[in-house]
Design a protein around this ligand. Structure first.
Ligand code: NAP
Ligand code: MG
Length: 508
């Protein structure tokens, strides 16, 4: 691996507000109290721009998970608890308030996210933080709209009898939620919004790499007035705290976002008490450009952004770029030129387009794939390098001359690395697009509306973007086919996954 050792990282001042937050100890939120881990242990939180330790957080484990689950259970099981006597309208107002408080603290949250995760602070300000607030605002409206049906029934063996039958949607109970590091605050919002809208109680475990904004969100949730014990947050490791949560016998549902590999472990851990499981997992999404795309220049810019946004650390990244033969060279050159224009630097520097990868593990993973691509004989059109020696920076990278068996084509890299390949047959490209164990997202670029719809219908993916990419909205369900997951987040569909249906039948 070529390393550009001359890459210099400037020192950046941290705002007083963030310094204040960093100076407070990072504990677990259990039953409304901020507490140390029972073991007394803590773990380091790193700045990926220079590898330095920025803070320490309580290393919660089985015992802390158990205490948090007990707190959540106590609230959930007490019919007189304020959380359970609250009207849906009051609950909606609380959730709305969380959204408002996120916006009030937008700059601080964006800076914290950038410091912890490495993403450009400007991106966190316009995407991560406002989208998180919007998710709470959107879910606030649903609190008053969780409805059942009245159902006319016939009951063939009860001739002449009359019944009044209806369904109710009730909260599923105590929910365990485990989230990744790529959009730390936003993933917490995606998870907590529906939990609160549907009246559940929760234990959330943030990723060990990026616990800071989830902890700040815990403070905001308290400030909004959510009763103690409804939202509990336990920081710690996946193999210990996460595994204990997934396996806990008193947890009714586990919602997980992360790798497909760990998703499979969650399913096994959940089998003990057959808790409900939802999974948002990895992807290797095809982005298919036809030669009749409306505006080639804009398509090229979008194809670059589809893979390089968030440093490629997006589950739905457009990581397999398929381009119709006639325009292949132009698109590959264009995407490579766009890659070369990307200004790489610490997330907190105002002019940074792309920050470091999140961790040294992720750096090793991504550079490992770069080496594998090289060894397998793919042509590196641009990038393929690490930058500097302390932070976790890599160059945005474009490969061509790949074949469909190479690991860089088959596996989720989760870094700014795209493989580009030409095609000339629409049937064949749909099959190749679907030739993956994943099914999270896909992109299609054409001005032929019939072709766009035909292709969209045949791609086995939870989201298909036509003439756009990476468009998210709180109202739009998101999730995966195949090994990209079970269930959907956002939209009203997510509410079904946080409620049980109770059928009530009354003999008249
Ligand atoms: P990961 O290693 O699977 O970790 C995700 C979460 O699971 C972290 O909180 C992690 O804890 C925890 N964990 C690890 N091992 C565990 C275990 N044995 N039991 C229970 N929990 C465990 O994934 P990642 O590398 O952080 O995140 C990247 C992955 O997330 C990618 O595959 C990406 O595609 C996927 N992702 C999917 C979506 C989606 O919506 N589909 C969204 C974002 C990301 P620690 O980190 O603390 O160890
Ligand atoms: Mg970090």
């Amino acid at each position: 691996m070529v390393t550009d050792a001359a890459f210099e990282i400037p020192e950046i001042e941290i705002s007083t507000k963030v310094q204040e937050f960093l100076s407070r100890p990072k504990k677990c939120l259990i039953n409304g109290n901020w507490v140390e881990a029972a073991s007394g242990k803590s773990f380091s939180i790193y700045n990926p721009a220079n590898g330095s330790i920025i803070d320490m957080a309580a290393e919660g484990d089985k015992e802390d998970i158990d205490a948090a689950v007990k707190a959540a259970r106590k609230v959930f099981d007490d019919p007189k608890h304020p959380w359970n006597t609250m009207t849906p309208s009051e609950r909606g107002k609380l959730i709305w308030k969380i959204g408002d408080l996120i916006l009030e603290n937008l700059d601080e949250l964006a800076e914290l996210e950038s410091l912890d995760n490495g993403k450009p602070v400007g991106v966190a300000k316009v995407a991560d933080v406002p989208l998180s607030a919007d998710l709470f605002h959107y879910m606030a409206g649903w609190a008053t709209k969780i409805e059942g049906n009245t159902i006319p029934i016939s009951v063939p063996y009860a001739a002449g009898a009359k019944f009044h039958a209806f369904t109710m949607r009730e909260p599923v109970g105590v929910v365990g939620q485990i989230i990744p590091w790529n959009f730390p605050l936003l993933m917490a919002a995606w998870k907590l919004g529906p939990v609160l809208a549907t009246g559940n109680c929760v234990v959330l475990k943030p990723a060990e790499q990026t616990p800071l904004t989830a902890l700040r969100l815990g403070e905001i949730i308290q400030e909004a007035g959510v009763p103690d014990g409804v939202v509990n947050i336990v920081t710690g490791m996946g193999e210990t705290a996460g595994a204990a949560l997934a396996a806990h016998d008193d947890v009714d549902k586990v919602a997980f976002t992360g790798s497909t590999e760990v998703g499979k472990m969650i399913v096994q851990a959940a089998a003990g008490n057959l808790k409900k499981v939802t999974l948002e997992l990895g992807g290797k999404s095809p982005n298919i450009i036809f030669k009749d795309t409306e505006n080639l220049e804009q398509t090229i810019a979008s194809a670059a952004s589809a893979i390089f946004f968030n440093h490629g650390q997006c589950c739905c990244a457009g990581s397999r770029l398929y381009v119709e033969k006639d325009i292949f060279d132009e698109v590959v050159d264009g995407v490579s030129a766009a890659a070369d224009q990307i200004k790489i630097g610490p997330g907190l520097a105002g002019d940074t387009d792309m920050g470091p990868l999140v961790s040294s593990e992720q750096l090793n993973r991504v550079t490992g794939f770069m080496n594998a691509g090289q060894e397998a004989g793919a042509t590196c059109v641009t990038g393929g390098r690490r930058l500097g020696e302390n932070g976790y920076f890599v160059t945005p990278t474009v490969y061509k001359d790949t074949n469909d068996d190479m690991s860089i084509v088959r596996e989720e890299i989760f870094g700014p690395v795209v493989v580009a390949d030409p095609f000339d047959d629409i049937e064949q490209i749909i099959d190749r697009g679907n030739d993956t164990t994943y099914g999270l997202a896909a992109g299609i670029w054409t001005r032929d509306i019939s072709k766009a719809h035909r292709t969209a219908a045949r791609l086995r993916a939870g989201t298909v973007w036509i003439n756009c990419y990476n468009i998210f909205d709180s109202a739009l369900p998101f999730g995966g086919y195949k090994q990209s997951g079970w269930g959907r987040e956002m939209g009203h569909e997510v509410l079904d996954l946080y409620t049980e249906t109770k059928a009530v039948c009354l003999g008249l």
